[in-house]
Design a protein around this ligand. Structure first.
Ligand SMILES: [Zn+2]
Ligand SMILES: [Zn+2]
Length: 286
C-alpha cells in the first residue's frame, strides 16, 4: 500500500486554511515529501512525521510556491537529527535544483554558523545530496522505486513528474503541467494520479491579466481528469486548487472531474489522506 497525504492544497495566493503545495507519500517504511510549499512543516507535524524522518525530498519544479519552505526543511532536519554523522538529505529535482539548494544554504549561512558555534555536536553544515534529473529511475531502495519523466509547464522548464512504485502499488505526482504525452506515459496504469488543477472557468473571469496568465501553463480540472482517463489510473487525486475550493462547492469540482473520468475522484482540505492499494489500475503499464 502507498499512502498519499495532501499536506498543502493551496497555491501562490496565501490562504488561511491551505498550506502551499506539498504532498506526503509513504511507502514501504519510506517517507517522501513532494514539493515543500508554505507551511509544509506544520502539516508534516500533523501527520506525526517531520523533516528528520524524510527518506527524500522530491521537487517537481522550482516555482516559489513549490519550494517556499525549502530552507526550513533543510535547517529543521539538520537541527532535529541527533545521531552522529547523519545521512545527507536526498533532494531530487530538475536541473537548477543544485543552484537553488546551494543558494538556500548561503542564505542561511549566518544561522548555520551560529548553530555550529553554539552546539559542540554540530560540526558541519546541513548535509544534503542533490540529484538533478529529467528522466529515468531516480530511486531504487528496499522495494521502493521512483521514476521521473518530463512534464510541460513552459516557460518554466525543465519540470518533472514522479512515479512511486511499491509492492504492486503505484502513485504518480504530476506537479504543475498541461496535458502532455510524457506525463501520459509516466501515469499509464498507475494506481493513483495526484494532479494540480486550476478552474479556468473561474480564473478567466478575473480582471487581472497577470492572474489570467496562469491558465496557459496549468491543467484545468477537466484536463487533469482527461489525463487520468487516458492513462487508465485508478484514482484521481486533485490538489493545488486555484482558486481555493469555496465552502460548499466541492461537488462542483468533483462533477467537472467526473465529466472526463469515471473512477474514484479525491479532493479535499489539507491532510486529506488516500490509500492506494495494488491492483486498482485499469491496465498494466506498457
Ligand atoms: Zn508552477
Ligand atoms: Zn504551482
Amino acid at each position: 500500500m502507498i499512502e498519499v497525504t495532501l499536506l498543502g492544497t493551496g497555491s501562490p495566493i496565501p490562504d488561511p486554511d491551505r498550506a502551499g503545495p506539498s504532498t506526503l507519500v509513504r511507502a514501504g517504511g519510506q517517507t517522501f515529501l513532494v514539493d515543500c510549499g508554505r507551511g509544509v512543516q506544520q502539516r508534516l507535524a500533523a501527520t506525526g512525521s517531520g523533516a528528520n524522518a524524510l527518506s527524500a525530498l522530491l521537487l517537481t519544479h522550482l516555482h516559489s510556491d513549490h519550494i517556499a519552505d525549502l530552507g526550513d526543511v533543510i535547517i529543521t532536519r539538520w537541527v532535529t537529527t541527533f545521531v552522529p554523522d547523519p545521512a545527507p538529505l536526498q533532494i531530487i529535482g530538475p536541473p537548477g535544483t543544485a543552484d537553488v539548494v546551494n543558494a538556500t544554504l548561503r542564505a542561511f549561512g549566518h544561522d548555520i554558523g551560529y548553530r555550529i558555534a553554539h552546539h559542540a555536536d554540530l560540526t558541519a553544515p546541513p548535509p544534503v545530496e542533490v540529484h538533478e534529473c529529467t528522466e529515468g529511475t531516480v530511486w531504487d531502495r528496499d522495494g521502493v522505486r521512483i521514476l521521473v519523466a518530463p512534464t510541460d509547464h513552459r516557460p518554466v522548464t525543465p519540470t518533472i513528474g514522479f512515479r512511486v512504485e511499491h509492492a504492486g502499488a503505484s502513485v504518480v505526482l504530476a506537479g504543475d503541467t498541461v496535458p502532455c504525452e510524457s506525463l501520459d506515459r509516466l501515469a499509464t496504469g498507475a494506481g493513483a494520479l495526484v494532479h494540480t488543477v486550476i478552474r479556468k472557468d473561474l480564473v478567466n473571469q478575473l480582471p487581472m491579466q497577470r492572474i489570467r496568465d496562469i491558465c496557459d501553463y496549468h491543467s484545468s480540472v477537466e484536463e487533469a481528469a482527461a489525463t487520468a482517463a487516458r492513462a487508465g489510473v485508478g484514482i484521481l487525486i486533485l490538489t493545488h486548487y486555484v482558486p481555493g475550493i469555496a465552502a460548499g462547492t466541492e461537488d462542483e469540482w468533483r462533477a467537472l472531474a467526473a465529466s472526463a473520468f469515471d473512477r474514484q475522484i479525491e479532493l479535499g482540505d489539507d491532510l486529506h489522506r488516500v490509500e492506494v492499494h495494488p491492483g486498482v489500475c485499469a491496465r498494466s503499464r506498457s
